[in-house]
Design a binder for this molecule. Structure first.
Ligand code: MG
Length: 166
């Protein structure tokens, strides 16, 4: 298979607590936003998410947002949460990941790329030599046609990955 297999699969980002970070020896996270941290295109984090981000920071986590969206759409979130944004990253291409790793200043084996899309976040993270964490998308109801097509292509692969994991 193309490098589409996530290292770890989780149902939502709240599973990433201090114990999870310790167990997997994670020091830095490359974050996707849409449908990973917040609902697609809504982009407004709530208190619960801010608390999670604070916990990550308190645990010494270094964070960076790597997004294919424009900066303007992510600015509110990044600024409020105090997280650097690398916008229009062209995931799954490598360049953005190289920038993200450079910014985090950590060895690659201490960094995970977190996201909800196999063909974007997971493929990109794997190609960049990072471990990858696939999260179940928060809400598929307002995705555009292009994304819905990608989801349709993801589905059989996800089923295969799930089968092989069991
Ligand atoms: Mg996403």
């Amino acid at each position: 298979m193309l490098k589409l297999r996530p290292t770890i699969r989780i149902d939502n980002v709240y599973e990433i607590d201090e114990a999870f970070l310790r167990a997997h020896q994670i020091k830095g996270i490359v974050l996707d936003v849409d449908n990973t941290l917040v609902r697609n295109k809504v982009g407004v984090p709530d208190e619960k998410l801010y608390r999670l981000i604070d916990r990550w920071k308190s645990a010494g986590m270094k964070l960076v947002i790597l997004t294919n969206a424009r900066r303007s759409r992510m600015a509110l979130f990044g600024d409020e949460a105090g997280i650097k944004i690398i916008p229009m990253a062209n995931k799954p291409f490598k360049k953005g990941y190289v920038q993200a790793v450079e910014y985090l200043g950590l060895p690659k084996d201490k960094i995970v790329a977190l996201g909800d899309q196999l063909f974007t976040d997971i493929w990109g993270g794997n190609r960049a030599g990072l471990r990858t964490v696939l999260v179940t998308p928060i809400d598929l109801s307002n995705e555009c046609l292009w994304l819905r097509m990608k989801r349709a292509l993801e589905r059989p692969l996800l089923r295969k990955i799930q089968r092989e994991d069991h």
